[in-house]
Design a binder for this molecule. Structure first.
Ligand SMILES: [Zn+2]
Length: 316
């Protein structure tokens, strides 16, 4: 009897599943990352790559099949803006999905052999923690660094200050890996938009047509899931002009496919998207972002194909 109940408890314990359809505070997300590393040591690693103003370590999940070859990469970050809770929820869902599908889906396995995914579930950890403190801080957007003395403008908007801040939040990426990144996806809310570079109305990306084509295909994939309309375009065309965003920074660094995804909704709940919308939002956003990553991969494999690598036919 004792043995049985002990075993029962053990089974129960191992079956406790992470709830992807709830919002999680920072410490739970950190534990979740450690758990993934434990469960998938062959394909998951954790890379510490920066420090927040309040001295927390910023970490990302690197996910891919180690082939011993130099691989190309896809970047995804969530939670630059503290109050956009659906973004970290989506990053977690995205990771769970790719880890679940690669073992059964040959396309996904091929992706994981040719690409590494670098996913930062919460980039602005200080701000995220602050937004969880109480209802009066729930809508905090920026980080938690004090503004200049004599100014009550506490916090820096990390997404309007990218040149200046990247040195502290992405040193290793900046110095060593930027040529390997093909696709840069930064996840925000809200507004249901797929934004392409650039935020400055006086500049157009050299591959604007291609960016729009892939973006529109992503929006169509999104629409097919739950019928939600996402608008595609540059920020000045569909929203408002801005500067210093990570999306623009990434494109300027030479990463060909760079997008901001603004997830649900259109303003009914805004940043406080109810938990019962996490699942549908993640399902549709997964189709959209994954489609962008596939387009990136197909582009890569087209290049490889030209060089005579024949495994690509599977994809065509
Ligand atoms: Zn945002």
């Amino acid at each position: 009897m004792v043995l049985l109940s002990a075993m029962g408890a053990a089974v129960l314990e191992s079956k406790v599943e992470y709830d992807y359809y709830k919002y999680h505070p920072m410490h739970e997300i950190t534990n979740w990352m450690a758990q993934l590393l434990k469960e998938h040591p062959d394909v998951v690693s954790i890379v510490d790559y920066g420090q927040t103003y309040e001295k927390r370590t910023i970490s990302l999940l690197k996910i891919g099949i180690n082939t011993g070859e130099k691989k190309k990469a896809v970047w995804m970050d969530c939670g630059i803006h503290a109050r956009e809770w659906i973004a970290p929820a989506f990053c977690q869902y995205f990771v769970a999905q790719i880890l679940q599908t690669y073992k059964t889906d040959p396309k996904m396995e091929l992706m994981m052999k040719n690409l590494d995914f670098y996913v930062t579930p919460v980039l602005n950890m200080d701000g995220y923690i602050y937004s969880w403190e109480n209802s009066s801080t729930r809508l905090w957007r920026k980080n938690r660094s004090p503004g200049p003395s004599g100014c009550d403008c506490y916090g820096t908007d990390l997404n309007r200050n990218f040149d200046a801040n990247w040195g502290t939040i992405g040193v290793s990426f900046n110095c060593t890996r930027k040529d390997d990144f093909l696709c840069f996806l930064t996840i925000h809310s809200y507004g249901q938009l797929v934004l392409v570079p650039y935020g400055n109305p006086n500049f157009t990306a050299s591959n604007y047509d291609e960016l729009m084509k892939v973006g529109l295909a992503a929006a169509h994939e999104i629409w097919k899931v739950h019928g939600k309309n996402y608008t595609v375009g540059s920020s000045p065309d569909v929203l408002y002009p801005n500067s210093g965003s990570s999306r623009d920074w990434a494109r300027l660094q030479g990463i060909p496919y760079s997008y901001t995804f603004e997830l649900r909704d259109n303003g009914t709940f805004g940043f406080q998207l109810p938990e019962n919308q996490i699942q549908p939002t993640c399902e549709e956003a997964y189709r959209g972002t994954f489609n962008s990553a596939v387009a990136t991969a197909v582009n890569l494999w087209t290049i490889l194909f030209a060089a005579g690598v024949s495994t690509l036919i599977i994809w065509m």
